[in-house]
Design a binder for this molecule. Structure first.
Ligand code: G
Ligand code: G
Ligand code: MN
Ligand code: NA
Length: 258
């Protein structure tokens, strides 16, 4: 209850921030997007792990409020960067935002997303929403309706941590999904571990068959990056390229590149 009360305050008083991790084209190393990752610096506890407070939010009805805050702030920040940079500097760029299963079944989520995009002058294809495999294939009618509504807005849906869940091929085909994010557990040791190599190769083939985009997570070595390129995955994020950065640091990086 203590964390819950504090979290509600934090959402409202500005002690949450967002870290941004670059997503890059593996061949050119150019940034093609960023993933927004929420951070909470508690006044006495210090940094609270997002796994912890996102879980608390989900268990206490705060996931909608937390998630809507992250979405609005990340999109606002993206629009702010664009207005500071030369025209066209962020062409083809997309911002990825994690959403919780609770948001996906909220009846007003599609209009929330539409409103945030419109207020900030973004088009749907500049936003990627990351959901867990379980939330997507839950077979929940409300979730499916939301996914179709988001697709109409042009917003891409990415399945986060792909490979760790249980979705069948039939389910993948049935749900309006655009992108698979290869779980970092299969990536960090890629190039040395033959099982990981086989798994990632299968995921790349799956993505090709279903015409899905791919983003590999957790690239920590040149060996893993080279193996991904060899297997046909072109987009990735990970400590090799950049850790998640503050909005200010990312803004400086973007201005330096343009
Ligand atoms: O850096 P990292 O420790 O940020 O993130 C830890 C976990 O928290 C990851 O599984 C990530 O998907 C999740 N996470 C980070 N930010 C958000 C968010 O805004 N919403 C949700 N639902 N999960 C998030
Ligand atoms: O579950 P999700 O993919 O949203 O979580 C992203 C998480 O992965 C964040 O906690 C982020 O800090 C972390 N992360 C990003 N790049 C790397 C990496 O190269 N290695 C590891 N171990 N974690 C990473
Ligand atoms: Mn994610
Ligand atoms: Na992930």
């Amino acid at each position: 209850v203590a964390v819950e009360m504090n979290l509600l305050t934090a959402i409202r008083d500005g002690s949450l921030t967002i870290a941004y991790q670059p997503i890059v084209d593996l061949r050119t190393r150019a940034m093609v997007g960023v993933e927004a990752l929420v951070r909470w610096h508690h006044p006495t506890l210090g940094p609270v792990a997002p796994e912890l407070f996102v879980g608390v939010a989900e268990a206490t009805n705060l996931a909608g409020e937390l998630g809507d805050w992250v979405l609005a702030e990340a999109v606002r920040q993206f629009a702010a960067w664009r207005s500071e940079l030369p025209p066209g500097a962020l062409a083809g760029f997309a911002i990825s935002v994690n959403i919780s299963p609770v948001q996906l079944i909220a009846i007003d989520f599609v209009s929330t997303v539409a409103g945030v995009l419109e207020r900030n002058g973004l088009s749907g294809d500049e936003l990627i929403l990351e959901v867990t495999e379980h939330a997507v294939v839950s077979d929940d009618a409300a979730a499916l309706k939301t996914l179709h509504g988001l697709r109409e807005l042009g917003v891409a849906i990415a399945i986060d941590d792909f490979g760790t869940g249980y979705s069948s091929l039939a389910q993948l085909k049935r749900f309006p999904v655009n992108t698979l994010k290869i779980d970092r557990g299969f990536v960090h040791d890629l190039g040395r571990n033959p099982d990981d190599f086989s798994i990632v190769r299968s995921i790349v083939k799956l993505a090709e068959s279903f015409e899905l985009d791919l983003i590999a997570e957790g690239v920590e070595s040149e060996e893993a990056a080279a193996t991904l390129v060899e297997l046909g995955c072109r987009v990735a994020q990970g400590y090799l390229f950049s850790r998640p950065m503050t909005a200010d640091a990312l803004g400086t990086t973007l201005r330096g590149q343009n």
